[in-house]
Design a protein around this ligand. Structure first.
Ligand code: BG6
Length: 535
């Protein structure tokens, strides 16, 4: 993958260059940062190469890395899948899907022409050891092999039941890491990582047979989002928030991941997973750990992940009756999306007509440590909602109203720090101010918006994660103990729900903001969900 810039700076140096002779775009500038410069030529093998994820996320990520000059010469991408296809046919299919799914439009054909010749297709069965043997041979014959040598990144983008089989077959074909070799062999594993604690442990054990923990990169794509990474920078890069980031000042914290879409074509997977396995166990718990963790000893992967695990360990597991009181699950019924009628979840394709799978979950939990004891964390996520947004609201204690009781009643409004993860990325702090010309008090906003302060390109999560996996930086990937700890909590919740033996769940209309029960969860504590704002 030719990129003049990767050669222009010595390793580890950064700078901005203009490149006059490339046919990409004459005026474009490229920044070569020290991270990108560390990428060694590598063969990236994608298992599940004809699947949705490859088309929607993985190839668009490589296209943007190519566009931004982040891939060195000598890399190759090999798609591994069962259907017969030539390299050229595979490339054509990927180009069609790239045109559809790239987050920057239109796709620059000149960039694609640089990337495409380095993409290959390997037709083989995932379960047949022979396919891995021929893969190993093919890797040695590729034109780029002199550059990438034995360096391979294996991307498991298949159905999760194949993860263990693929790792084992790679190991048996001599493609796993070896102590006597300097070749870098890494494994990217997509979610879902197990469906409960037992299956997650089993999967970890089978991956570990051939790949040590440091070679395993478990994806939670929320960690690749710029705004999620900013949580650490925001908390520990400023002196004004951290002293107030504890139970003395904070009344409670809300984390919301609201989705407008329904389950679409994913009914088969989703009906076995539900919102809790699909979103809560991973994305919401990851946001929670970043909001609640202690400052790490350093920014290295293990220090950060150690602190995140401590948060998960500090979430007490309540008795089933308590868990039932503190959780709400519901399912979308018929409703409207942008004026169009949408059928209820139970009528979706490949969903059981009597399904009790939750498309919405809300809960109250606590992080029982010195910093957070007594501070509730309210988490909610759902599909088929009225808005699409991810937000964290840090709600401070109510100020004493003594001075203003006469004009605002006994309750002054609380300060709230609203961290918008997506869309309309930004951070907003509200505070009480005097209304000009009147003896009245009103909440006003102090706003930071990414797109106003940073005009730079905002990369997609998968772009960052791919670079990090290529250089072996694992901070933004979940560690074995994190995953298992999160499952332990989620399993108890599922056990409590199973004990209820419900035949139906509360319904909320598609296109609403969820079930009333989720509002009651806060209202009975004298709180309410932060109002949903326009983007
Ligand atoms: C995925 C879930 O992990 O995250 C999907 O499987 C969900 O169900 C998606 O729609 C949400 O991700 P994002 O980046 O669109 O918020």
């Amino acid at each position: 993958m030719k990129c003049l810039l990767t050669k222009a700076f010595p390793e580890g140096k950064s700078g901005v260059l203009e490149f006059p002779t490339m046919n990409v775009s004459e005026t474009e500038t490229c920044t070569l940062d020290s991270t990108t410069a560390k990428i060694a030529p590598t063969a990236v093998v994608i298992f599940g190469a004809t699947g949705d994820l490859t088309q929607r996320k993985i190839i668009p990520a490589f296209y943007h890395l190519q566009k931004n000059c982040q891939i060195p010469d000598g890399c190759a991408i090999i798609g591994y899948a069962r259907r017969p296809k030539t390299d050229e046919e595979f490339r054509c299919e990927l180009k069609t899907s790239l045109d559809q799914f790239s987050h920057t439009q239109p796709v620059d054909d000149a960039v694609w022409r640089q990337l495409a010749p380095h993409i290959y297709y390997h037709q083989a069965d995932i379960e047949s050891p022979d396919g891995y043997r021929t893969l190993a041979e093919r890797l040695q014959r590729l034109p780029e092999s002199a550059a990438f040598g034995g360096n391979c990144l294996f991307y498991l983008a298949t159905a999760p039941n194949y993860f263990g089989t693929i790792a084992e077959n790679l190991g048996r074909a001599g493609l796993a890491p070896r102590e006597d070799s300097r070749d870098v062999r890494r494994l990217i594993v997509e979610k879902p990582f197990g469906e409960d604690l037992t299956s997650a442990r089993r999967l970890n054990q089978s991956l570990h047979q051939f790949f040590p923990e440091k070679a395993i990169f478990r994806i939670d794509h929320y960690l690749g989002k710029e705004t999620v990474q900013n949580l650490l920078y925001f908390r520990f890069g400023n002196s004004i928030y951290e002293p107030l980031w504890n139970r003395r000042y904070i009344d409670h914290i809300q984390i919301t991941v609201a989705e407008k879409i329904g389950v679409g074509a994913r009914g088969g997977y989703y009906d076995a997973a539900g919102a809790t396995r699909d979103m809560l166990q991973n994305h919401l718990f990851q946001l929670l750990t970043l909001i609640a963790m202690e400052p790490p000893a350093s920014l290295d992967a293990e220090s950060i992940r150690d602190e995140k695990v401590k948060v998960l360990r500090s979430i007490p597991i309540s008795k089933p009756e308590e868990l039932l009181k503190r959780s709400v699950r519901a399912q979308y019924g018929d409703g409207l999306l942008d004026g169009q009628h949408i059928s209820a979840y139970r009528k979706e394709q490949r969903v059981a007509p009597d399904s009790t799978t939750e498309t919405y979950v809300a809960l109250r939990l606590e992080v029982d440590n010195w910093r957070w004891a007594g501070v509730p964390f309210y988490l909610r996520t759902g599909k088929g909602l009225y808005r699409q947004f991810t937000e964290i609201n840090v709600v401070y204690h109510r100020p004493p109203a003594v001075l203003f009781a006469a004009i605002c009643g006994p309750k002054l409004r609380r300060n709230c720090l609203r961290i918008r993860i997506q869309p309309g990325e930004g951070i907003h702090l509200n505070f009480n101010a005097k209304v000009p010309g009147k003896s009245m008090i009103q909440l006003v906003d102090m706003n930071f918006r990414y797109r106003e302060d940073f005009s730079d390109y905002l990369p997609e999560a998968y772009e960052r994660l791919m670079v990090d996996a290529l250089i072996g930086e694992s901070t933004l990937f979940t560690r074995r103990d994190e995953v298992e700890q999160a499952w332990q909590w989620v399993d108890r919740l599922h056990d409590a729900w199973a004990g209820e033996n419900r035949k139906d769940l509360p319904l909320y209309p598609f296109g609403s903001m969820g079930p009333d029960e989720a509002d009651h969860l806060l209202n009975r504590d004298g709180r309410y969900w932060a109002p949903v704002l326009d983007d």
